[in-house]
Design a protein around this ligand. Structure first.
Ligand code: SAM
Length: 237
């Protein structure tokens, strides 16, 4: 299933408010917008256009919650994962969906590395040995979050509604089709290096917006409603 079909299968009916985090060139955001959704797409390198804001997730602010947040191959790049996943939960209305398409770079085992290395032979920049291939992989992914770390943060703030392992390496290999990789994953010959996930914020972790203010950065365990300062003031009297 292509990314647009996967995302739209987990969106509420249009029109609904959708945020895409890490939109890159913006193809998915444009496609979802053309299906009738109200899309806001953010990325420090966002393209020009009505749908797009050239800001990071950390900088992004809004005054109304979203029905869905989508992130395709972006979450593993965001430096402060814990704060980012908490912020995404806080940007969603309770019951809204976080729709994620991701890379699981920490799942490269020996068999998968060998298969990946053999399919890179012949590339201009192919590593000279399996050992060099693994070293290159480690270096290229050192600053990125793997599945285990992302899963821990997702489980902190979201209840899972959907999960599947997916092929990923075919996107980096000139001579491998997605279905070939999927067949090898299904027989257990190689590991799945991608995953798709949909979750909804755990009770109390979704958006708390009030009085026109975005309260989405509040710690979910702290009850920061607009009434609290008033209650504190009256208690102090
Ligand atoms: C691998 S690209 C994926 C782009 C696009 N979603 C796709 O699937 O083709 C990762 C994107 O995440 C963006 N990104 C990295 N850090 C980010 C942050 N803190 N907030 C928002 N986007 C970020 C990058 O600028 C980049 O465009």
């Amino acid at each position: 299933m292509n990314i647009k079909s996967f995302v739209e299968a987990h969106l509420p009916q249009a029109p609904a408010r959708v945020l895409e985090v890490g939109c890159g060139h913006g193809d998915l955001a444009r496609a979802v917008s053309e299906s009738g959704y109200e899309v806001v797409a953010i990325d420090p390198d966002a393209p020009e256009g009505e749908l797009f804001q050239a800001v990071s997730l950390e900088e992004f602010a809004t005054s109304a919650p979203f029905d869905a947040v989508v992130a395709s191959r972006a979450l593993h790049h965001i430096p402060d994962l814990a704060k980012s996943v908490m912020k995404i939960a806080g940007l969603l209305r309770q019951g809204g969906h976080f729709i994620l398409d991701e890379h699981a770079c920490d799942r490269l085992d020996d068999q998968t590395a060998r298969w990946y290395f053999l399919h890179r032979i012949g590339e201009a920049d192919a590593p000279g040995s399996l050992k060099a291939c693994r070293a290159e992989w480690e270096a290229d992914h050192a600053d990125l979050h793997g599945y285990a770390t992302m899963r821990e943060e997702l489980d902190r703030h979201f209840n899972e509604l959907f999960f599947s392992w997916t092929p990923y390496l075919y996107g980096e290999l000139a001579n491998v089709e997605e279905e070939q990789e999927r067949a090898l994953i299904e027989t257990g010959a190689i590991q799945a290096m991608g995953f798709r996930y949909v979750g909804e914020p755990k009770q109390g972790h979704g958006a708390r917006f009030g009085h026109g203010l975005a309260l989405c950065m509040a710690e979910p365990t702290v009850q920061t409603t607009p009434l609290q300062p008033l209650l504190r003031r009256s208690a102090a009297r």
